[in-house]
Design a protein around this ligand. Sequence first.
Ligand code: HEM
Length: 217
Amino acid sequence: MDTDNRVLRTRFGDRLLHWTMVSCFFLVAMSGLSWFFPSLHWLGSVLGPPQLARILHPFLGVVVFVLLMCMFVRFVHHNMPVRTDAVWFRHVLDVLRNRHGQKLQIGKYNAGQKILFWGIMALISALFVTGLVIWRAYFAVYFPIPVIRLALLAHSAAALALILLVLGHIYMGLWVRGSITGMVTGYVSRAWARQHHDRWYAEEVAPEDTTSVKHHS
Ligand code: HEM
């Protein structure tokens, strides 16, 4: 991409945070799925032999939760609901058909991405709390068996919902051309910024646009 034509979308630290989360998330999710669906037992080998996977899964889960808290701090201010999110909802079908005729007044993240953000926050938090309750080595001993059973059920349900949500997130990342490049290199084209996040471009990118490549959080 021509450097005059690109704008910084995601800083290095935030990209590192995102991709570290992706790596840890996949390790935890794959080992968890291997215990839930017997036909997927081979997925568990991502964390080594079964005994080791059982030990590592909860510790990595704690790492995922800590990364989530960092993500919360770094991304929450872009994910607060605003009035103009309603415009995106009204035109969601046009968005899905990739028709960008009208201005949708989309800030740094659109309403769908905000739902993803809060969904991820809620589901990983639920996984963390229920995970502590069912963590045999340390905490399960403090809870009665019916509570452990309920927590196990809630843990599995939250995990499946989260995996579906993340699959949707990956699909949208692939669907909107240029966004994965943005999360890898940090940069997107001006056209991309104007087309997909018009209010972000107008309010935060264009006003400071005095040199070729600008830096934005
Ligand atoms: C292979 C897996 C993944 C891919 C390809 C991917 C891709 C992306 C891309 C391209 C963006 C930038 C969107 C934009 O600039 O508008 C993004 C943002 C984001 N991703 Fe991912 N992602 C993946 C997995 C995950 C996982 C596992 C999580 C958390 C559990 C996650 C959480 C986020 C968050 C919080 C944002 C910022 C959006 C917001 O705050 O609303 N991603 N991702």
